[in-house]
Ligand binder design. Structure first.
Ligand SMILES: Cc1cc2nc3c(=O)[nH]c(=O)nc-3n(C[C@H](O)[C@H](O)[C@H](O)COP(=O)(O)O)c2cc1C
Length: 225
C-alpha cells in the first residue's frame, strides 16, 4: 500500500511549465543512477491496456552505440552527444501481443497469477476485444496499439523527470526501418518481437529554452457538456 499523494498543485503545474523539449543538454552534468531508476520506475508503474505492459526500455550509455544511431535519427544527434541518459522506447509486436501468444498467457499466469478458469475467460475476452472491438487485424495495427501504451510511459517518465528538475526530449525524428535494422544487428534487439516507438533523452539543459512555451487557448481544447 502507498500513501495518498500530497503534492502541491502549484508544484506540479510548475514542473509542467518547466519541462520543455530540451534541444541541447549540459554534457558535463549527469543524472544520478538513483534518479534515472526513479524515472524508469514511473514507466514500470504506468497503466497499460489490460495491464499487458507491452514495452521495453533500452538505456543507451555506450558512446559507440550512440554514434551508430546518429545517421538514422535526424532528430537526435545533438541529444546523443550531450544527454546524460538516452532511452529507446520499444513496443511489442504481434508475436507478443496477439491474444493467444505465450507472452499474454505468461502475463496472466506468472505475473498476475490468475487461476486457470479466469485465464480461459480473459483469453476469450481479449480475443473479442482485439478482433471485434478494436479491429486489430494486422501486425501494424497491433504494434500501433502497443505503442499507444508505451507513449503513456513516455509521458510519465518526462513528467517525473520534470518534477525532480531533470530535463528531457522526446524524439520521433528517425527512420523506423533503418533504426530497427540497426537495433537487430548491433543492439541485440529481437525485432520480430519489438519495434521502436520513440527515443527519449534525459539530462540537464545547457541553456534556457530559446522560445517561451506556446500553447493553444485552453478554451479551444476543452469542451464541457
Ligand atoms: C512524440 C514526440 C516526438 C518528438 N520528436 C522530436 C524530435 O525528434 N526532435 C526534437 O527536437 N523534438 C521532438 N519533439 C518535441 C516537440 O517538438 C515539442 O514537445 C513541442 O514542440 C512542444 O514544445 P515543448 O515540449 O517544449 O513544450 C517531439 C515531441 C513528441 C511528443
Amino acid at each position: 500500500m502507498s500513501n495518498i499523494p500530497n503534492i502541491a498543485k502549484e508544484d506540479i503545474i510548475n514542473a509542467f511549465k518547466y519541462r520543455h523539449a530540451t534541444k541541447e543538454f549540459d554534457a558535463t552534468k549527469k543524472v544520478s543512477e538513483e534518479d534515472m531508476n526513479f524515472i524508469l520506475q514511473t514507466a514500470n508503474l504506468s497503466p497499460s491496456s489490460f495491464g499487458f505492459e507491452p514495452w521495453h526500455f533500452v538505456v543507451v550509455q555506450d558512446q559507440e552505440l550512440r554514434e551508430l544511431l546518429k545517421p538514422v535519427a535526424w532528430g537526435a544527434p545533438l541529444k546523443l552527444d550531450t544527454a546524460s541518459h538516452f532511452v529507446l522506447g520499444l513496443s511489442m509486436k504481434a508475436p507478443m501481443t496477439k491474444w493467444d501468444t505465450d507472452y499474454i498467457m505468461s502475463m496472466m499466469k506468472d505475473v498476475k497469477q490468475l487461476p486457470e478458469d479466469v485465464i480461459e475467460m480473459y483469453s476469450k475476452f481479449y480475443r473479442e476485444f482485439q478482433e471485434r472491438d478494436f479491429n486489430l487485424d494486422t501486425d501494424k495495427k497491433l504494434f500501433d496499439w502497443a505503442s499507444k501504451q508505451t507513449y503513456i510511459a513516455l509521458g510519465n517518465m518526462m513528467t517525473s523527470a520534470a518534477l525532480t528538475g531533470i530535463d528531457s526530449c522526446p524524439i520521433e525524428g528517425f527512420h523506423q526501418e533503418k533504426v530497427e535494422a540497426l537495433l537487430k544487428e548491433k543492439f541485440g534487439v529481437d525485432t520480430d518481437k519489438y519495434g521502436l516507438s520513440y527515443m527519449v533523452a534525459f539530462g540537464y539543459r545547457k541553456a534556457a529554452p530559446e522560445y517561451p512555451k506556446s500553447r493553444r487557448n485552453f478554451e479551444d481544447i476543452v469542451t464541457w457538456k
